[in-house]
Design a protein around this ligand. Structure first.
Ligand SMILES: [Fe+2]
Length: 254
């Protein structure tokens, strides 16, 4: 029988691709509506300690979109942690989502866990980079922190997900990131967005998790671009005091 307790219950929402205009559509999907449905569904089922937004919050890079996200999530009165995706404008996003309950690219230390937020934005080109400075900062943080367990969160996937077109726009320095992480066995997992599909693997003691978008999904394992018929999704992540990560992806009807 385990005596491990839940340290943090996280609701991850990823890649909402919202517009300033709530009626706007992307690839035929009204993204404000699918985001609303995913959020409503999650909150009916869960009582998260924090909400984590893993990038591509805005499709139109407008301040109005980020302000609307703030208005939508502020009433929850739980901390919201945000990191940018390739479709975001990091400056505008930081300006709008860095006050009150909102935390932009800010690490979270809670009980015996540390959550490290990485900024992998590298222009609107699709792919991303952690970069040498941030890798050194992460390495130093993992070295100095007295947290027993660590979860690293980012937008781009650091490992190939088996889809040629997506793997061409992943993390340029994924190998370098994994080299740093493997120096620190306290890192239990990596969590990302970007791939608009679920991904759950274990590798070398690391839990690797990719999460569906709250709008449309990409077909898994396909080498050319194709949209899946799956509906909006979200992920619950429960961090346990013994370092275990329990997680579940929920996917709604289209
Ligand atoms: Fe996306």
């Amino acid at each position: 029988m385990t005596t491990a307790t839940t340290v943090l219950d996280i609701l991850q929402l990823s890649d909402p691709h919202l517009f300033a205009d709530p009626a706007a559509r992307l690839k035929g999907v009204q993204t404000s509506e699918t985001f609303r449905r995913a959020l409503q569904h999650a909150l009916a089922a869960l009582d998260p300690d924090i909400v984590l937004l893993t990038g591509d919050l805005s499709q139109d890079c407008s301040a109005e979109t980020y302000a609307r996200i703030r208005q939508l999530l502020e009433p929850l009165r739980v901390p919201v942690f945000c990191i940018p995706g390739n479709h975001d404008d990091p400056q505008l996003m930081a300006r709008e989502l860095r006050h009150g309950h909102f935390h932009y690219c800010e690490n979270l230390r809670h009980e015996n866990w540390l959550l490290c937020m990485l900024d992998t934005w590298d222009g609107l080109r699709g792919g991303g980079r952690v970069g040498e400075a941030q890798l050194a900062e992460l390495d130093a943080k993992l070295e100095s922190s007295d947290a027993e367990h660590v979860l690293v969160c980012l937008h781009h996937h650091p490992v190939p997900v088996g889809s040629a077109w997506l793997d061409a726009v992943g993390l340029d320095d994924g190998d370098e990131l994994l080299t740093v992480i493997r120096r620190h066995p306290r890192v239990c997992g990596l969590l990302w967005g970007h791939i608009h599909q679920r991904y759950d693997h274990h590798a070398d003691g690391l839990r690797m998790m990719g999460t569906p978008s709250t709008c449309y999904q990409f077909v898994r394992g396909r080498d050319d671009f194709a949209l899946d018929s799956l509906g909006p999704g979200y992920r619950r992540i429960q961090l346990r005091s013994d370092g275990r990560i329990d997680t579940h992806v929920t996917q709604l009807k289209p």
